[in-house]
Design a protein around this ligand. Structure first.
Ligand SMILES: [Zn+2]
Length: 372
């Protein structure tokens, strides 16, 4: 029997997506162990994570003139945390960098952007962000942009990408910035895969066959990503892992929708008041959802299994979405619990080689190929 703790400790563990940068904008200190949120340096160490992607997220509704400055501010905040903790973390620009940083016992810190609206419809901003150290960009988010269709869009204004969208893909290939297809529509993924000359990632997506959410990838898409040599980071959000969970969540939020909207309209600028008024509602929703048992580490590994059975062990990895979601599986409530994934893979009889690929090897292959 493989010693899962040793294997996890020795393997290069890469998490392809977290939204912890958003917390950094509000005075969060990554060096301190926190009782809230999902991630900080002490817990990253406990979780045996060696490479962490920190995504700079933007809403599609961000006014165009605020997009670039807002992402710059997020990168500034991340850089400030890195320089304050340079004994524990450093920014990686290439896969070789990452390996050096990890060998020195530090966290390889990878900068991503979540939502292509960041470039404000100006191709030169891709180079700007590349020069600031950004090595992947998620093309879209929960609403379509001027040039890329979102998976949540039910009335596509164009097929996947516009001419400008195709220019973005070509420029990202040219610069050596990884294209992230999480959140993109079936049409956009199709367009990207027809065009890209480099392997892509779906940094934080699950399997549609197991949970029919628009954020998840169909078997056909999974095969196409494998043909491209890319990698899919399994998302830990209960809503993408389990249809049963997301149906209940939708119906509970549906019941409260009117009330939630009216509180948001009543206190548009008073965060504290909003939280006070919304708190009991969210508590009730959470209580009801937590009674729905059964979303746990095994559920996450079911999604990994599905991809491995379909295309082999070379195209799947981990994309937690820590600090970006409000409900996580039992046994994966924060990043310190990451070894539980390895334990479950061992329990199911995965070979050491395959586990090493899934934990981070596959992502490193894509990082090396797309960015070097
Ligand atoms: Zn996301």
């Amino acid at each position: 029997m493989i010693d899962y703790r040793k294997l996890h400790k020795d393997a290069l563990v890469a998490d392809m997506h977290s939204d912890t940068v958003l917390r950094m904008l509000n005075g969060f200190d990554i060096a301190k162990r926190d009782s809230t949120g999902h991630m900080d340096l002490p817990r990253i160490k406990d979780g045996g994570i060696n490479l962490q992607v920190f995504a700079c997220w933007l809403s599609t509704q961000t006014p165009i003139e605020e997009c670039r400055p807002r992402v710059d501010l997020m990168i500034d905040s991340l850089e400030a945390q890195v320089s304050r903790n340079s004994d524990q973390m450093a920014i990686c620009l290439t896969a070789d960098d990452a390996i050096k940083i990890i060998s020195s016992g530090r966290l390889a810190t990878f900068i991503g952007i979540e939502n292509g609206v960041a470039i404000a419809n100006d191709i030169s901003n891709l180079e700007h962000f590349y020069n600031r150290g950004v090595r992947y960009m998620t093309l879209t988010h929960t609403a379509s942009s001027d040039w890329c269709i979102s998976s949540a869009d039910t009335a596509e204004a164009f097929y996947g990408l516009t001419d400008f969208g195709r220019e973005v893909v070509r420029k990202m290939n040219e610069l050596g910035m990884i294209i992230d297809i999480s959140h993109a529509s079936v049409s956009a993924v199709d367009e990207v895969l027809k065009l890209t000359t480099a392997p892509v990632i779906a940094s934080h997506s699950c399997v549609y066959e197991l949970a029919d959410h628009n954020r998840n990838l169909t078997d056909e898409q999974i095969k196409a990503v494998a043909d491209n040599g890319g990698v899919i980071g399994i998302n830990f959000y209960n809503g993408y892992l389990s249809s049963q969970w997301s149906d209940l969540s939708d119906s509970l939020f549906g019941t409260y929708r009117g009330l939630i909207d009216s509180i948001r309209t009543e206190y548009p600028d008073d965060r504290k008041k909003r939280r006070e008024e919304l708190g009991p509602m969210f508590d009730d929703i959470e209580k009801k959802l937590s009674k729905l048992a059964g979303v746990n580490v095994a559920t996450v590994v079911n999604h990994i299994d599905h991809i491995v059975n379909l295309v082999g062990a070379d195209y799947v990895g981990l994309g937690s979405d820590f600090d970006g979601v409000f409900a996580l599986p039992d046994g994966l409530k924060d990043c310190s619990m990451m070894p539980n994934v390895t334990q479950e893979l061992v329990r199911r009889g995965y070979s050491e080689d395959d586990i090493i690929k899934i934990l981070g090897g596959n992502f490193m292959r894509v990082f090396n190929k797309a960015c070097n």
